[in-house]
Design a protein around this ligand. Sequence first.
Ligand code: HEC
Length: 201
Amino acid sequence: MKNKWMIPLSFVGGVLVTLLVPILVLALGAINMGADVKPGLIERTIAPWAVDRSVEKRSPKEKNPYAGEPAAIATGLDHYRENCVICHGAPDVAAAELSKGINPPAPLLGKEGDDTPDGELFWVIKHGIRMTAMPAFGPTHTDEEIWKIVAFIRHLPELTAQERASMRPQDGAGAHHHGAETNAVPDKAEQPIQPDHHGTP
Ligand code: HEC
């Protein structure tokens, strides 16, 4: 009879400890929430996996209705230049300075051989990713515009020199770039972000 409560009590005790320890850790402010701190192992492995699973489950399965259409790609470029290049950059186009302080970092998009389905790109652009710097563009862009941005992302590996130049800051506020129109190959010094260094803290 004495043992009757042992199992339920240790179960309740176990649950309390499992709940209280993490709450205590959070309550003591033990976790540094600064964006300039390298995330721990759990955050680096489990969080991206959970995001992938969530996006996969929710994304539309259809193909991009505008895939490969030159007019759609051109419209997509306009949106990309205005809304995306600051964080993501493009092949041979540097992202803005602020992109270096983003954690998790903004990946270079449209890598050669990227097999992310169209629908997943669409979903991420429309809804964003919570607790990262990736904004939702659904509130400001129609589905049609978002599909055109997806069409442009597919075109990123084949950017023309002219398209690249059009995405770099021109004369004006903050621009310290000379000869963007005449010289398609950028100065090394003006390319702070190389794809390989992009993700390292
Ligand atoms: C303020 C910075 C910022 C802006 C602006 C931004 N993004 Fe992002 N984006 C991010 C970050 C950070 C991530 C990574 C989120 C993560 O790790 O889960 C991301 C992730 C993505 C992904 C998922 C990539 C992958 O491999 O999983 C896509 C697609 C994307 N962004 C497209 C865009 C497009 C298109 C635009 C413009 C319409 C845009 N982003 C604008 C910061 C930004």
